[in-house]
Design a protein around this ligand. Structure first.
Ligand code: NAG
Ligand code: NAG
Ligand code: NAG
Length: 348
């Protein structure tokens, strides 16, 4: 269990970063189709977040004009965030994410009826063999694992039970940016997304339903603490510096609860995936209480690559560091986020 301000707590976030590899089930549209990423440059062809049948869809990026390869007709470029909607229609929709969560919504449990607490079921369960898998998919670092009983997100006025699928991270090139959601005008250096899928839906179609996914957003806040486990965490990220690489790492004692602050206050709104295809399928719960992250941990994330060194040699572009992988803020279009205030800090 997370403990604020303790050395141990900081180490747990390190562990969480480390644990981004593992069993990869790939049932969510933005994951690889077969769950076994090759060591080729698949990420650069734009195929990573697409099902194989969508292979004609355009490669996308957080930058503008990023070269993704050289085709028969010359260089190919990824589309940047303001162009995503030209190839992925939903990205121009009315319930897009991320958003700016304004202070006006930070009041005692409001809404009619008031929201109920979220429950993180089996979040304390160990992964099979204590093994967690990290994937560098060219856009983020993704963490998965196999479980005897898959952790679930319940309660919180969700329309059913949601099973854990994967966690991934968004971070910046410097400490003042990185998170996707902005709270009270403040951007944090990292944001963890815990992605869950509605239990009753088939994997392939969950993103086609307006309530198909439930994502918990957890913000990381820069902390002065460092932890002795740091070297092993760095080591794990070093295993996946190239895109399309995975590493399975034993992390005894690490559980998903280490990625969730003890205070389960949350901001609820209906939104979307923050990457193409931007499916408007997400029930968001953004937690305003943060987890500490050290400067060294942030720096380790910034040593990941979104393009391989090998392909960079064939490109005019230098190899591209994987950072600033956060989408610009999206308009509310009349949505009113609600706030659940956790007065008890119940244990997970
Ligand atoms: C767990 O570890 C045992 C012993 O090392 C191994 O035989 C087994 O295949 C592992 N299971 C998984 C799911 O990795
Ligand atoms: C799900 O939505 C995608 C477009 O976002 C569409 O191509 C696909 O056919 C849909 N699948 C189902 C089963 O409706
Ligand atoms: C939980 O967090 C909220 C928002 O920061 C805060 O207002 C509330 O007092 C916290 N609850 C407890 C029990 O500390």
């Amino acid at each position: 269990m997370w403990n604020y301000g303790s050395v141990c707590a900081n180490g747990l976030l390190l562990l969480s970063l480390l644990s981004i590899s593992g069993y990869h089930t790939a049932e969510i549209p933005w994951e690889l189709n077969d769950g076994h990423p090759s060591t080729t440059d698949a990420a650069e062809s734009g195929s990573f977040f697409e099902r194989s049948s969508d292979s004609e869809l355009k490669p996308w990026s957080y930058m503008y004009g990023q070269m993704v390869g050289v085709g028969a007709n010359g260089p190919q470029y990824a589309i940047g965030p303001s162009e995503w909607h030209t190839a992925y229609e939903a990205c121009g929709g009315q319930r897009q994410s991320p958003i700016h969560i304004e202070p006006a919504h930070f009041q005692a449990n409001t809404g009619s009826p008031a929201l109920k607490p979220l429950t993180f079921v089996d979040y304390d369960d160990a992964a099979l063999n204590d093994t967690w898998t990290f994937l560098n998919n060219g856009h983020s670092v993704q963490i998965t694992a196999s479980f005897i009983t898959i952790p679930q997100l319940q309660g919180g006025d969700l329309p059913g039970k949601y099973i854990f699928k994967q966690a991934h991270l968004h971070w910046g090139s410097h400490d003042l940016v990185g998170s996707e959601h902005v709270i009270n005008g403040r951007r944090y250096p990292v944001e963890i997304h815990l992605v869950h899928q509605k239990k009753t839906l088939p994997d392939a179609t969950a993103a086609n339903f307006s309530d198909g996914l439930a994502v918990v957003g957890v913000l990381g806040e820069l902390s002065a603490e460092t932890h002795p486990l740091f070297d092993s965490i760095i080591h794990a990220l070093e295993l996946i510096t190239s895109p399309s690489t995975t590493a399975s790492v034993p992390l005894p004692g690490f559980t998903l609860s280490d990625l969730v602050p003890r205070n389960h206050s949350y901001v609820r709104y209906l939104g979307s995936l923050t990457t193409p295809p931007c499916s408007e399928a997400v029930i968001w719960s953004v937690l305003p209480n943060t987890l500490p992250i050290s400067q060294n941990q942030l720096n380790a994330l910034r040593r990941l690559w979104s393009k391989t060194k090998r392909s960079a040699k064939n490109n005019a572009n230098a190899a591209v560091v994987l950072e600033d992988n956060f989408r610009p803020l999206q308009p509310l279009h009349g949505r009113t986020p609600q706030y659940f205030y956790d007065a008890t800090e119940a244990q997970i």
